[in-house]
Write a protein that binds this ligand. Structure first.
Ligand code: NAI
Ligand code: BGC
Length: 269
């Protein structure tokens, strides 16, 4: 019987894959048949566990330490991947962080750290991925596309967020970064899309869900009335990377339980 694995034989790099959404995406891609590079910046043990989980389900994976905001690190990660697996088919630009502060209290370091990780990191990784996708071109036995780049954005690419201006600016930047490179790379057969999650239960937003009071407050922003799970994003990433999504490029898929429906207007305005 032919394999039903959507990403069989493909190779994926997932940045920030030792935690939260990146971890779930790496595991889902591995289960869908892709060999996975589990990137991490400070989670050797956690990354090894993700690799072990992918392997125990019959998949292939390596952990790789790299800071996505460091050009040499990113180039080394792509060189390692190509050495191990000959090429790359899928980049999941997931690594990201928050350094929250009111505008008047925000330090330049807090601004720069968020922009260089969430935006410059996506540029550095996408550039290396695009070089390899263009070099290899379309190989029909792998995929109908020459490569796929999936950018982890956020509902905050459209929802302003007081107290998080560095983060919202980085995700707003990801929107036009994604669209501009999608336009540039489509003639090469490369698809570029963003995933914009709402509130997903991970360490990045622990304060928003760790007590019942905080979770109740958060749920007022989510018409579908549950917090998102990292696995919700894993399933979407597999589908977007697969040939089933072959005609999708240059757009953002929101996966947010309705957060961008502005629920405050349901009984107001
Ligand atoms: P997380 O904190 O669990 O994971 C973030 C990962 O990025 C960690 O593995 C961290 O070590 C890694 N990372 C940070 N800086 C890095 C660097 N310089 N180089 C390599 N890796 C680095 O948080 P979560 O929620 O899984 O976040 C993943 C992505 O999803 C981020 O881009 C975040 O902005 C985005 N997102 C998260 C949402 C949520 O509600 N959890 C909602 C919308 C977007
Ligand atoms: C942030 C989370 C937040 C979610 C919804 C994400 O981009 O990283 O902290 O819970 O957006 O506001």
């Amino acid at each position: 019987m032919a394999s039903t694995k959507k990403l069989r034989g493909q190779v994926a790099i997932v940045t920030g894959a030792d935690s939260g959404i990146g971890k779930a995406v790496a595991i889902a891609l591995g289960a869908a048949g892709a060999a996975v590079i589990v990137n991490h910046i400070h989670g050797d043990e956690a990354a090894d566990k993700v690799v072990a989980e992918i392997k125990s389900a019959g998949g292939r994976a390596y952990a790789f330490h790299a800071d996505v905001s460091n050009e040499q690190d990113v180039q080394a990660m792509f060189a390692f991947t190509i050495k191990k697996y000959k090429t790359v088919d899928i980049l999941i630009n997931n690594a990201g962080l928050q350094k929250d502060a009111a505008l008047v209290d925000m330090t330049l370091d807090e601004w720069n750290t968020v922009i260089k990780t969430n935006l410059t990191g996506q540029f550095l990784c996408a550039r290396e991925a695009a070089k390899e996708f263009i070099r290899r071109g379309v190989v029909k036995s792998r995929s109908t596309a020459a490569g796929k780049i999936i950018c982890m954005s956020s509902v905050h690419e459209v929802i302003p967020w007081a107290g998080h201006v560095n983060y919202a600016a980085s995700k707003g930047g990801v929107e036009l970064f994604m669209k501009s490179i999608a336009q540039e790379l489509a003639p090469h057969g490369i698809r570029v899309v963003s995933i914009a999650p709402g509130a997903i239960q991970t360490p990045i937003n622990r304060e928003a869900w760790e007590t019942p009071q905080a979770l109740n407050k958060l749920l007022k922003l989510i018409p579908y009335n549950r917090i998102g799970r990292p696995e919700d994003i894993g399933k979407l990433a597999v589908w977007l990377a697969s040939d089933e999504a072959d005609y999708i490029t240059g757009t953002t898929i929101f996966i947010d339980g309705g957060m961008t429906l502005y629920p405050g207007f349901a009984d107001n305005g």
